[in-house]
Design a binder for this molecule. Structure first.
Ligand SMILES: NC(=O)c1ccc[n+]([C@@H]2O[C@H](COP(=O)([O-])OP(=O)(O)OC[C@H]3O[C@@H](n4cnc5c(N)ncnc54)[C@H](O)[C@@H]3O)[C@@H](O)[C@H]2O)c1
Length: 379
């Protein structure tokens, strides 16, 4: 089993699980197919070496968008220029997109050329969005360097930036031409960033990858990518509701993030620094299990499985305090991912994880209070 709490050095990978080190060194190629395009996600140690093969034919220049902290270099085989954007959520703004597009123009990037977004979710969101609007859209290859980026942000074509009024309010669906998930680059990731990705990884265990936690890290990343690819293939633009399952654990997660942000009284751009996304999602997962239990959808064994998975990723001891249940319910009612007609949650059940509507807010408040008591008694 591979979990974390420490930076994700490859040396931390245990030999246990369904694959030994030999299997772990092989690159795994996961196809993503949408109505309009298809591309490959290359996963594993050394996947960076595959970057050049993912660049579309005919490209002569590559704008490599990255951040100082990323500390990863890439070789595209083209005339390339490194363009550094600031670190943190603060970089996810329209000003950064304008700045990048102007740098693209000064570099002489044409419609046939390529943007390489080299970093975590902030870089792939901003770099991908800039690529989607520059010359009305040029190719972008994502090189995901955080765990969250590898299992989530770099896959699926959602790009965008924040406004002072809210997160991700301006953006586009712009599928990358290819994605590189080199698990070796995670070695330099701070422990907190690793945990943030692990919250997302844990989610996948419940939406189609049981036993995920028993696999090696590259296998886990590849499994998460293929699950996300399958969902995106069915519901690229979030029209059918299928993509909602990717938000398992996120309704409470978003509420906790919004609450933490409001209490810090900071601007939306500071969201990333207030509460780790994956820790909030982990709380959302254990909460969703308890809510599903109260609704008679799952049994106590399944609730215990949620707790075990979250604990196996070292997240149980990092669950954020829940605060006032009624305030959280108010946030949840306002979450854009909550469907109309009362409170809706993505919940586990006899047919797997699905969107469930019409849930009584009182039950939600009681479940939150119960979880808060449980967490306090364990502390
Ligand atoms: N587009 C999507 O589908 C999608 C999905 C989930 C999240 N997101 C977005 O992703 C963003 C969060 O992404 P994130 O968690 O990757 O955070 P991030 O991009 O802010 O990266 C976290 C920090 O790690 C640094 N870093 C990146 N790679 C590193 C490495 N290999 N070694 C050391 N440091 C490294 C970054 O410079 C940054 O300081 C949010 O803005 C969120 O909205 C987008």
């Amino acid at each position: 089993m591979w979990g974390a709490g420490e930076p994700g050095a490859q040396g931390d990978l245990p030999a246990a699980g369904t694959a030994g080190r030999e299997a772990m060194t092989a690159l795994i190629r996961v196809p993503v197919r949408t109505a309009g395009t298809q591309y490959e996600v290359v996963v594993g140690p050394g996947a960076l070496g595959e970057l050049a093969s993912l660049i579309p034919d005919g490209a002569r220049r590559a704008a490599v968008v990255t951040q100082e902290a990323v500390g990863v270099t890439v070789e595209t085989g083209l005339d390339q220029e490194r363009m550094v954007i600031p670190g943190g959520e603060v970089a996810k703004k329209l000003g950064t997109v304008e700045d990048l597009c102007r740098r693209f123009a000064r570099f002489g990037l044409t419609r046939k050329d390529v943007v390489v977004a080299l970093g975590g979710g902030v870089v792939t969101d901003v770099g991908g969005f800039a690529a989607s609007v520059y010359h009305r859209g040029i190719a972008c290859v994502n090189v995901a360097t955080t765990l969250l980026g590898q299992v989530d942000a770099a896959i699926g074509g959602k790009t965008g930036v924040n406004l002072p009024e809210g997160k991700n309010l301006v953006g586009s669906f712009w599928q990358p031409a290819g994605v590189v998930c080199d698990t070796e680059v995670l070695a330099s990731l701070p422990a907190g960033e690793m945990r943030s990705g692990l919250g997302e990884v844990a989610k996948y265990a419940f939406i189609g990858a049981p036993g995920l936690e028993e696999l090696s890290l590259p296998e886990q990343v590849a499994r998460c990518v293929s699950l996300k690819a399958a969902v995106v293939g069915e519901d690229e633009r979030e029209t059918s509701g299928r993509r909602a399952i990717l938000n398992y654990g996120h309704t409470l997660g978003h509420a906790l993030e919004a609450d933490a942000l409001a209490r810090a009284a900071g601007p939306v751009e500071a969201a990333g620094g207030v509460l780790r996304h994956g820790e909030a999602v982990a709380a959302g997962l254990v909460f969703a299990a308890r809510l599903a239990f109260r609704l008679g959808r799952i049994d106590t064994d399944r609730v215990a499985y949620h707790d075990r998975v979250v604990a196996s990723y070292g997240l149980a001891e990092h669950l954020p305090p829940l605060g006032d249940p009624e305030r959280l319910v108010a946030y949840m009612a306002g979450d854009k991912k909550v469907a109309g007609g009362g409170l809706s949650f993505v919940l586990d059940g006899p047919s797997g994880v699905e969107l469930v509507g019409g849930i009584d807010p009182v039950l939600v408040t009681e479940t939150l209070a119960e979880l808060a008591r449980e967490m306090r008694s364990r502390a």
